[in-house]
Design a protein around this ligand. Structure first.
Ligand code: ZN
Length: 240
């Protein structure tokens, strides 16, 4: 099992770790700051330093409770002490987009009745898409949702990561928004919850910024219709 430092603190850019196993160019460490692909968030990339050399980390995946790091080249000699360093620009962008999606989700969810629900999302380094089940969707509605999200961003809400028991988690209204989500929480011993203070709380395994202000500004690029009820919103974040 790999200790997942990215779940405890999304802002760690560098850490020292020990090599646990290596198969070809796939490495496993005792702990990692590299986020593995999952939950609509792409993996981190970066480098590791070992044996006086530098190796590119090109892909990170989860395998059971372990995190596997695919490197370019091979570690020829046994290395124990390894420095990990993530590509911070890429990660920070993923953090901002991930938090932006939670804010949009909160706006949509807390206006239920008027709107529909989010069914999926995908983050890229320079954009994201959010899929909805919306019986009645329009550019105007999408713009209203983005406008409300930007109002929340400007209010500078702090964001906290909490670890709760499944009973505590299930007692929070709306924490799990689907029946499969509730079932999953029941099975977990510890539930990681992302709380945007005064706005939203969700069980989540992604990396997030510490304050909504860091998202800066969401811009709607386009909307797409993927079916009668399935609609998509493409967004970008303002860089400054
Ligand atoms: Zn999330």
């Amino acid at each position: 099992m790999t200790e997942k430092l990215y779940l405890q603190n999304s802002y760690i850019k560098e850490t020292r770790s020990k090599l646990v196993s290596s198969t070809g160019n796939y490495l496993e460490f005792d702990k990692t700051i590299f986020y593995p692909t999952g939950g609509g968030q792409p993996c981190d990339t970066g480098i590791i330093r070992a044996n006086g050399g530098t190796f590119k980390v090109v892909e990170v995946t989860k395998q059971g409770d372990s995190v596997l790091h695919k490197i370019e080249g091979e570690l020829t000699r046994s290395a124990t002490d390894i420095i990990q360093e993530i590509d911070w620009n890429r990660r920070y962008s993923h953090m901002r987009y991930h938090t932006a999606i939670h804010i949009i989700d909160a706006v949509v969810h807390h206006s239920s009745g008027k709107y529909g629900m989010i069914t999926g999302s995908q983050i890229y380094q320079d954009r994201a898409r959010v899929d909805f089940d919306f019986p009645d969707f329009s550019k105007e509605l999408a713009e209203r949702i983005i406008g409300e999200s930007n109002r929340i961003i400007a209010e500078k809400h702090p964001i906290q990561i909490k670890e709760l028991t499944s009973e505590e988690a299930l007692s929070i209204p709306d924490l799990a928004r689907t029946e499969p989500g509730r079932e999953l929480i029941k099975k977990l011993g510890v539930v990681r919850v992302i709380e945007i203070k005064g706005v939203d709380a969700q069980a989540d395994g992604g990396t997030h910024v510490n304050n909504t202000a860091e998202v800066r500004n969401i811009q709607l690029s386009s909307i797409e219709s993927k079916g009668r009820r399935n609609k998509r919103m493409n967004i970008v974040l303002a860089e400054q």
